[in-house]
Design a protein around this ligand. Structure first.
Ligand SMILES: [Fe+2]
Length: 255
C-alpha cells in the first residue's frame, strides 16, 4: 500500500541549489570535476550575463550532474547541484551577495527542488493548506518542464532564512527524452525560469518583503497547538487539527 495520501506527494529530489562566494565559484567547479567526477557532459547548464555593457560577461550559474539513475530511467533520475554566484558588479545590489553576507557564509543552501508527477494537483493541495508561492507556475516554451517556487521557511520575528522549496514536474514525452539523451542537456534548466526566480528573489530582497512559506499568523496558530508538547507527544489527532486550521485559514484568506 502506498504510504502517501496522493501519488503527487511522492516526491523525488530533482536538484539542489547553492549560492557561493565568487572567490569560491571556480574552485567549486574544480571540486565537482575532481572529487565528484563530473565530466564535461555532466555540466548540463551554464548561464552568463553581461550586467553592464562593455564590462564583459560573468557566469551566473552552472549545474553539475553528480549521479545518474538506474538504466532505463536515467533520463529523469539524476542527482544535480546548481551553483549560483553573485555575478553582479560590486556597485550593483545583489540578493545573492546579500544572502551570503547576512548569513556570514561563503556557501548557502538556497533551495531544494522536488519532482512530482502532478504539479497542478500538488499546487492546489498546497494552496488549500495556506502555502505561499512567490511565482505562478512557470512554463518554458517547450512546456516539458513546469516549476513553482514556495515562500521561505522562517519563524515570525526572525530574519528570513533564505531557504525555500521548488516543485517541478517533467513530462517525459518522447521529444524530451530524446533531447535529454542528445546534445540539448540544457533542457534540464531553462533560462526563462532561472532568470524568473533570480529576478523575483532580487525584488523581494530589495523591497525587504520576503514571503514566508506560511503566513506568520498561520505559523503562530500551529506553533501554539504543538509547542507545549515534546516532539514524540504530538499525535495524529494534533496533526489533523493543525491541517484543519490550515484549510480554514486558507479558505478565509481566499474569501
Ligand atoms: Fe531550482
Amino acid at each position: 500500500m502506498p504510504s502517501k495520501k496522493y501519488p503527487f506527494l511522492n516526491f523525488q529530489v530533482d536538484h539542489m541549489t547553492i549560492h557561493i562566494d565568487p572567490e569560491m565559484y571556480n574552485t567549486a567547479y574544480v571540486i565537482f570535476k575532481t572529487i565528484f567526477g563530473v565530466s564535461p557532459e555532466d555540466i548540463i547548464y551554464e548561464k552568463r550575463k553581461e550586467w553592464v555593457e562593455g564590462l564583459g560577461e560573468e557566469s551566473m550559474t552552472f549545474a553539475a550532474r553528480v549521479g545518474k539513475g538506474v538504466v532505463g530511467e536515467e533520463s529523469l533520475q539524476n542527482t544535480i547541484f546548481a551553483i549560483v554566484q553573485p555575478s553582479e558588479p560590486k556597485f550593483q545590489h545583489s540578493h545573492s551577495r546579500d544572502l551570503l553576507t547576512k548569513h556570514s557564509a561563503s556557501v548557502h543552501f538556497q533551495h531544494v527542488a522536488l519532482r512530482t508527477n502532478d504539479l497542478l494537483a500538488f499546487h492546489k493541495y498546497a494552496l488549500e493548506r495556506g502555502v505561499n508561492f512567490i511565482t505562478p507556475i512557470l512554463k518554458d516554451e517547450h512546456e516539458d518542464v513546469i516549476q513553482v517556487f514556495s515562500g521561505e521557511w522562517y519563524m515570525p520575528g526572525s530574519q528570513p532564512s533564505g531557504f525555500f522549496f521548488e516543485f517541478v514536474q517533467r513530462n517525459p514525452n518522447e521529444d524530451l527524452l530524446k533531447m535529454l539523451e542528445e546534445h540539448n542537456r540544457e533542457s534540464w534548466f531553462r533560462d526563462k525560469t532561472f532568470l524568473g526566480l533570480y529576478q523575483e528573489k532580487e525584488k523581494e530582497n530589495q523591497s525587504n518583503n520576503v514571503t514566508p512559506f506560511l503566513d506568520h499568523e498561520l505559523f503562530a496558530m500551529i506553533q501554539s497547538n504543538v509547542n507545549r508538547k515534546k516532539f514524540w507527544e504530538i499525535t495524529e489527532e494534533d496533526i489533523k487539527m493543525c491541517e484543519e486550521k490550515m484549510i480554514n485559514y486558507a479558505k478565509k484568506k481566499v474569501s
